[in-house]
Design a protein around this ligand. Structure first.
Ligand code: GLY
Length: 455
């Protein structure tokens, strides 16, 4: 079977690794990601560098390589209609059409749909299109703290919340005006109640009808330890051997899964083609679950958690999805904890920056028990790589019976990589205990152990 992966992040590297093991992999990428290029070549496939958001270029590549089935799991290509172009020429594809992916690229549409299917999980929201509407919107919240969110795609970098980023409604107003000034006509800005709780995501896998639920994941969105600094695409992520995370109850997990099922069913009722993965973001709170957003694709880094636990054939899952015959048995996942750590350019999320060369001994790191999934980097010599742009350079991933073991392996391997920066508190127990206290504010002390599923 000939498969196609579109995109070049750590997420696509992890998918490419499984796809190349079970098929001839062809890759359409924005730069020569060393993991993807290596896996494609080893499988007897190929790669081409081009604009991953150009539907006709991707479709032409798929035709030229006589691809049987394609995987598109990156936000911008989905919004641009890459799946639409593949389906239109008869190439089978996993991933929603642009209309199905609107659940991600138009947060106003997403929130209207959510208000229909799960009003109890919708945070209070006002959408403002000008300064007058903005003042009316802020007045609705009184003295309550708010979050300001651009409604379109922002790569995880557009949301600002009172507390960590904004100190007052006046600052929230200034930032909302900034968002309005750069938004597309009619798009507006979202003013939302600030939710107190801990975030989690579920990477629901679906053929548009059946939905399979892997364990919940936790993503570290901020640049520096202790959640300091600007928002990023995610500096690391983890999952536990249980489906839940230390700060969650099973009721949080079950409610979140049920909301995802309702959203996918509603997209089908609306005639919007959805298949692939819905990376859904929630807050676990003392009063239940609130929805943050829906992404019409795997999360990055969270995809790497799930793919590192996956013991099956991803091309076989793709076949089942396009046939509309997905079952939970098609997605065997080891019951282990997993930890992903992104190593980034020193300039990442801070400034435009420059290219950095770094050393990384892939074979040694893999022998030590870590997967190496490159992202915004290219290879320049043996064990020497260069960052591309200012995005995340490379992810190290490990799975083990306990989170502590997985973390120890990843941290040991990260120390051997030069130049790049990484957060020291990813997977650290004190940090996770802080999340437990956010959801259960009356839980006694910092020394309180994690819930029993923390292993
Ligand atoms: N980790 C956040 C995202 O994939 O959007």
């Amino acid at each position: 079977m000939r498969t196609l992966i579109v995109g070049h992040g750590g997420r696509e590297s992890a998918l490419a690794s499984s796809m190349a093991e079970h098929s001839e992999l062809h890759a359409f990428v924005g730069h020569e990601n060393p993991s993807i290029v290596r896996h494609a070549a080893a499988s007897g496939g190929s790669h081409e560098v081009g604009d991953v958001c150009d539907p006709s270029a991707v479709a032409a590549f798929a035709r030229a390589r006589d691809v049987d089935i394609a995987m598109v799991s990156a936000d911008e290509p989905l919004q641009a209609g890459v799946v639409d172009a593949l389906l239109a020429q008869g190439t089978r594809a996993v991933g929603p059409t642009s209309a199905g992916a609107e659940i991600e690229w138009n947060k106003t549409f997403a929130r209207a749909l959510l208000a229909d299917v799960a009003p109890e999980a919708s945070p209070l929201l006002r959408v403002a299109h000008d300064a007058g509407e903005l003042d009316e919107a802020l007045a609705v919240f009184g003295s309550q703290p708010v979050a300001v969110k651009p409604p379109g795609l922002t790569g995880g970098k557009g949301v600002k919340v009172m507390g960590p980023h904004l100190s007052s409604h006046a600052e929230a107003r200034d930032y909302a005006l900034e968002v309005l000034a750069r938004s597309k006509p009619g798009e507006g800005v979202h003013i939302e109640e600030k939710i107190v709780g801990a975030e989690f995501t579920i990477q629901a896998i679906s053929d548009g009808v059946t939905v399979v639920f892997p364990p919940a994941t936790y993503d570290y969105p901020f640049r520096f330890d202790g959640d300091e600094g600007p928002g990023t695409g995610g500096m690391g992520s983890l999952s536990m051997a249980a489906p839940t995370l230390p700060f969650m109850t099973h009721a949080h997990y079950e409610t979140a899964c049920s909301i995802i099922e309702r959203v996918i069913a509603r997209l089908a009722e609306l005639g919007r083609h959805f298949s692939g993965v819905m990376n859904s973001g929630f807050f676990a709170t003392a009063d239940g679950v609130k929805v943050i957003e829906f992404n019409a694709r795997f999360g990055d880094p969270e995809c790497m958690n799930i793919m590192s636990l996956f013991d099956g054939s991803w091309p076989a899952v793709m076949e089942r999805i396009v046939a509309g015959r997905l079952t939970a048995a098609d997605v065997p996942l080891r019951r282990e904890a997993s930890l992903v750590l992104y190593l980034v350019s020193p300039d990442y999320a801070l400034r435009a920056g420059r290219a950095y060369e770094f050393s990384l001994d892939r074979e040694r790191i893999e022998a030590a028990g870590c997967h190496v999934f490159f992202s915004s980097a290219v290879q320049v010599a043996e064990n020497t790589y260069r960052t591309v742009g200012t995005s995340r350079a490379v992810a190290l991933v490990s799975t083990a019976a306990t989170l502590e073991q997985a973390r120890a392996t990843v941290v040991e391997c990260a120390r051997s990589v030069t130049v790049l920066e990484w957060r020291r508190d990813v997977g650290e127990e004190g940090y996770l205990n802080g999340l437990v206290r956010l959801v259960r504010p009356h839980a006694s002390s910092g020394a309180e152990p994690l819930l029993p599923n923390a292993g």
